[in-house]
Design a protein around this ligand. Structure first.
Ligand code: SAH
Length: 355
């Protein structure tokens, strides 16, 4: 079987080329084509001889993401892509335009096992992990299509990044290598539902990425109602792991808190939440829950959201309300899914109705 060349870190590519008798500068050239430019075919590597290009093509593959569909928000500049992977699976990514530049929200898995009750990405189950190359190719495909440079990356698309740990780490090292895309690790955020051993392991990797924890509840009882992972790891394990991450990396923590009307948005919830994070160097990001059609969660009233925020601020907690972007194209938090299976179901339904 051909080897996936785009998932090799720079040192691994040098080693591989050395084994094949190729010179070091060839590794530099190929690495730049793959990661700086983001080519999908060896034919495009025009500073290599035809002979070398065809040899590389014999030995290696370049996993790609091809744009199957593109949706542009009518409300803001948000763009959502449905990407088709080489094996016919699908993932989605969202590009948001902020005043400081472009941010992409990428997927880390095809589907998700975590089962958070308010999230669309988990509804159709889990198919497979994404390769480092497939995570990075989402960035390349979007950049090429939009003709822009993406400066910030959030791993908040489909999947649980820490459940695809080794590929995640390789992706981060590849992406931030100065010989490739050279995106600063400080501009990368990894969001997790809270896999405790993996958070501790991540703290040891010597990376400077931001860790975001999906907290969503001020105590274990409420958290269990929203997130099955809370049965496995209690807050008394998750929060010390986050604290450890801060101690090892010096990176301020982000806690995401989706406000669900009547479930976790009371003044008492805010008070408990403030107690929970007291003493941690953190920032809380409130996300008014985005509706998905299979569930009947409702957003908290605007006033309730404001009061929740004010209560946290009274306790001197750093807090912001996440701006909703791309809701009209189902591109907001928790709305991403492998659309294709839905469409197939709809297609079957339609044709059955026609009969
Ligand atoms: N698996 C990772 C990343 C995926 S989602 C994690 O759990 O963190 C990114 C964020 O969106 C998470 O905080 C997630 O809990 C939140 N989210 C999921 N569904 C949502 C919804 N319907 N409304 C608002 N936020 C949602």
């Amino acid at each position: 079987m051909k080897e996936d060349i785009k998932s090799l870190t720079y040192p691994a590519l040098c080693q591989r080329f050395g084994d094949l008798g190729l010179k070091r500068f060839r590794a530099d050239q190929v690495y730049a084509w793959l990661h700086k430019v983001g080519v999908q075919d060896f034919e495009e590597m025009t500073n290599l001889s035809k002979d070398l290009r065809s040899k590389l093509d014999e030995w290696f593959t370049i996993p790609a993401c091809r744009i199957e569909e593109k949706y542009v928000s009518a409300v803001d500049d948000t763009v959502k892509y449905l990407f088709r992977l080489n094996d016919g699976e699908y993932v989605e990514s969202v590009v948001m335009h902020y005043n400081y530049g472009y941010t992409i929200c990428v997927s880390s898995q095809v589907g998700c096992k975590m089962g958070c009750t308010f999230c669309a990405s988990t509804l159709a189950g889990f198919q497979r992990n994404l390769l480092p190359a497939e995570i990075e190719s989402q960035v390349h495909a979007a950049q090429k299509d939009l003709g822009c440079r993406i400066s910030h990356i959030v791993m908040m698309g489909i999947g649980e990044p820490l459940d695809n740990y080794d590929n995640l780490i390789r992706f981060i090292r590849i992406l931030s290598d100065e010989k490739g895309q050279n995106i600063s690790q400080r501009n990368l955020t990894v969001s997790t539902c809270g896999l405790v051993p993996r958070i501790r392991q991540l703290a040891e990797e010597d990376l400077t990425i931001t860790l975001a924890l999906s907290l969503h509840a001020p105590n274990d009882e409420k958290r269990k109602e929203l997130m099955p992972i809370a049965y496995k790891y209690s807050l008394s394990e998750v929060l010390p792991a986050c604290k450890y991450y801060f101690e090892k990396t010096g990176r301020r923590l982000t806690f995401e808190y989706s406000l669900v009307g009547g479930k976790n948005d009371s003044q008492e919830d805010a008070r408990q939440l403030a107690g929970l994070v007291r003493g941690l160097n953190c920032h809380i990001n409130l996300i008014p829950v985005n509706p998905i059609k299979e569930r009947n969660f409702v957003q908290s009233d605007k006033k309730v959201i404001e009061n929740f925020k004010n209560k946290l601020e009274k306790y001197r907690i750093n807090v912001t309300i996440r701006r909703e972007m791309g809701r009209d194209i189902d591109g907001a938090c928790g709305q991403l899914r492998k659309k294709y299976s839905d469409r197939q179901e709809n297609a079957t339904k339609d044709s059955a109705e026609e009969k």
